[in-house]
Ligand binder design. Structure first.
Ligand code: SAM
Length: 214
């Protein structure tokens, strides 16, 4: 086994399993995907650490536990159409691509989107579409979605995203002030959404019409 494979197995065992991640498919995907390939080479030695890392443009790749925790909350079985807001490095996108039928991902910063697209393609995921734009408005043409994951913090729940959720669809997103948010999960039932709070978190800002001002 390579050093990275060992580091990955240790990440799964110590950061995920021990902290209560139980979804076997999520654990498998986290154990499979080469996280170091989503950061610049100077950071490869720290890629499996218990922390977010810089990816350029003042943005970050989220801590592995947070990626696993949010993904688990989406309850993916394999046949879903998923919308991700905030492609960033493309790491979370790859995890979703392993676990769902189709992934639509929106990133507002072109250079990040292009880099992520190259990585995703080189890894052979053909079930991912990435576009540059304001993800706080969702991706109306591709709606409805079975699951929506937002990886940047919004001041309040963006109504357009909720509108693009299908029946029984799940949305997971950080909501609250820029210094710290609450991770919220909504499940759509008819015209209503049932909300639960999953705990505290800190994310970069969701910048856009239904998010923060630039
Ligand atoms: N999931 C990413 C990964 O695995 O690398 C990390 C995402 S990073 C914490 C948040 C991302 O959201 C940043 O890349 C940022 O540019 C993006 N973002 C912020 N506001 C956005 C918006 N309105 N639409 C799309 N992307 C946005």
């Amino acid at each position: 086994m390579t050093d990275y494979a060992v580091a990955r197995q240790r990440m799964v065992a110590e950061q995920l399993l021990k902290r209560g991640i139980q979804d076997e498919r999520v654990l498998q995907a986290m154990g499979k995907i080469h996280r170091h390939l989503f950061v610049e080479e100077a950071l490869w030695a720290r890629a499996y650490g218990d922390l977010p890392l810089p990816i350029g443009e003042k943005q970050t790749i989220s801590q592995p536990f947070m990626v696993a925790f949010m993904t688990q909350a989406l309850e993916l079985k394999g046949n879903e159409r998923v919308l991700e807001i905030g492609t960033g490095s493309g790491y979370q996108t790859a995890i979703l691509a392993e676990l769902a039928a189709k992934v639509y991902s929106v990133e507002r910063i072109r250079t990040l989107a292009q880099r992520a697209m190259r990585r995703i393609e080189s890894l052979g995921y053909y079930n991912v579409l990435i576009r540059v734009g304001d993800g706080s408005m969702g991706w109306k043409e591709m709606a409805p979605f079975d699951a929506i994951l937002v990886t940047a913090g919004a001041p309040q729940v963006p109504i357009r995203l909720v509108e693009q959720l299908g029946e029984d669809g799940r949305i997971v997103l950080p909501v609250g002030p820029s210094e710290g948010q609450v991770l919220r999960k909504g499940t759509k039932k008819g015209v209503n959404v049932r909300w639960t709070d999953l705990g505290n978190c800190v994310f970069v800002k969701l910048v856009g019409e239904q998010g923060w001002n630039d």
